[in-house]
Design a protein around this ligand. Structure first.
Ligand code: GDD
Ligand code: MG
Length: 372
């Protein structure tokens, strides 16, 4: 039994001004007419044969209606776990694992675990062109994972990106490898060395037995484990939403699964990786979106509104986004003789940036937050 767990609690600040606290990127249609969350769910079609899989979605309580509505549009009825505050991915997976184990016990006659639920932990903001290859990778990990190992998908890198974590594995030849090291977001020089040495990108996608995750979380981070157990002890059902206990969860330390569990576990040889070469991107920045989008003959991307609303004269390699508005109309955007710019026009904010500098958009967001 594979239970997809879609983590949808991130803030996506590097896609400001389109991605906002009230409306982060995973809930926006950026690369197709489905939102990134919907794309993530659609990618699971057929993974477990005919029986269809209903995912678990874990998100901030502020976004509960967005998630419910977007899933309903796809005829899915997931369990939706609501976090009263973001505490990063290690606790989020902890909550999902506790829920999966409880559900599995309830479903068995003896109230014991007769079958181990396997979680397919996914980020809600990824693009994968070759869905077939993605599903093959997941299936290839399953036997090792059922036997208790932690599985992860490692992306074959296409450049020395500094926005991703890296994985060192004993093989990257298309078969499963054993991970010896996880390293989170290196500087440019280290990234270049890693790519040359055959490291993979950490995709942030994992296949793990729920009970094993809880065991290792308890082992490495008893504080996070305890906070998750307490938070789930007094959940409240509100419509179809599972509300996590606010006080208990707010006391939980903030930590990513990469640091809390994957890094120390890899050092013990307990993590296996399936290399994935399938046109993957986490769409973490405007330049990443430019990379994957369809371009005109001058390398420009026109997005968000009808192409007739753009006049790009003598301009090259730009990403230009205009907000269509509720009536789909949008407004005219014209550029003249510019290169390598990102221009994002929304009703209340306009961004004009050098495409090579868009990793720093977080600085703008911090400045806005600081000035209240
Ligand atoms: N429910 C929940 N709660 N989800 C969260 C939270 C949280 O507190 N924080 C983040 N998420 C979700 C995000 O929505 C996203 O789908 C996923 O977890 C990963 O979080 P990001 O914040 O986007 O992480 P990152 O991109 O900086 O880094 C991670 O992903 C990269 C690949 O996309 C790391 O795992 C990197 O090593 C990896 O390369
Ligand atoms: Mg991300």
């Amino acid at each position: 039994m594979i239970i997809p767990v879609i983590m949808a609690g991130g803030s996506g600040t590097r896609l400001w001004p389109l991605s906002r606290t009230a409306f982060p990127k995973q809930f926006i249609a950026l690369t197709s007419n489905l939102t990134m969350l919907q794309e993530t769910a659609a990618r699971l079609d057929g993974l477990s044969g005919d029986d269809g899989i209903s995912p678990m979605v874990i998100c901030n309580e502020e976004h509960r209606f967005l998630v419910a509505e977007q899933m309903r549009q796809q005829k899915l009825t997931p369990s939706i776990l609501l976090e009263p505050a973001g505490r990063n991915t290690a606790p989020a997976i902890g909550l999902a694992a506790i829920k999966a184990v409880e559900d599995a016990k309830l479903a068995s006659a003896s109230n014991e675990l007769t079958e181990f639920p396997v979680l397919l932990v996914l980020a809600a903001d990824h693009v994968i062109e070759d869905v077939e290859a993605f599903q093959q990778c997941v299936k290839s990990l399953l036997p090792e994972v059922q036997a208790g190992k932690f599985g992860t998908l490692g992306i074959v890198p296409t450049e020395p990106a500094t926005g991703y974590g890296y994985i060192k594995a004993t093989t990257s030849s298309g078969r499963l490898g054993r991970v010896s090291e996880f390293v989170e977001k290196p500087d440019a020089e280290t990234a270049a060395r890693y790519v040359a040495e055959g490291y993979l990108w950490n995709s942030g996608m994992f296949l793990i037995r729920a009970d094993r995750y809880l065991e290792e979380l308890k082992n490495f981070r008893l504080d996070i484990y305890d906070a998750c157990v307490k938070s789930m002890a007094s959940t409240q059902l509100d419509l179809d939403f599972v509300r996590i206990d606010k006080e208990a969860f707010e006391a939980c330390p903030d930590e990513s699964v990469d640091y809390a569990v994957m890094e120390p576990l890899a050092a013990k040889g307990e993590v296996v990786v399936a290399p994935l070469d399938a046109g993957w991107s986490d769409v973490g920045s405007w330049s990443a979106l430019w990379e994957i989008a369809d371009k005109d003959a001058q390398g420009n991307v026109m997005a968000g509104q009808d192409e007739k609303n753009f006049i790009l004269q003598g301009s090259e390699n730009c990403y230009v986004y205009g907000s269509a508005g509720n009536d789909g109309s949008g407004r005219l955007i014209a550029t003249l003789g510019v290169e390598n710019l990102v221009i994002v026009d929304t009703p209340d904010a306009l961004l004009v940036a050098n495409k090579d500098k868009v990793q720093d958009i977080k600085k703008i967001v911090s400045q806005i937050k600081a000035s209240g």
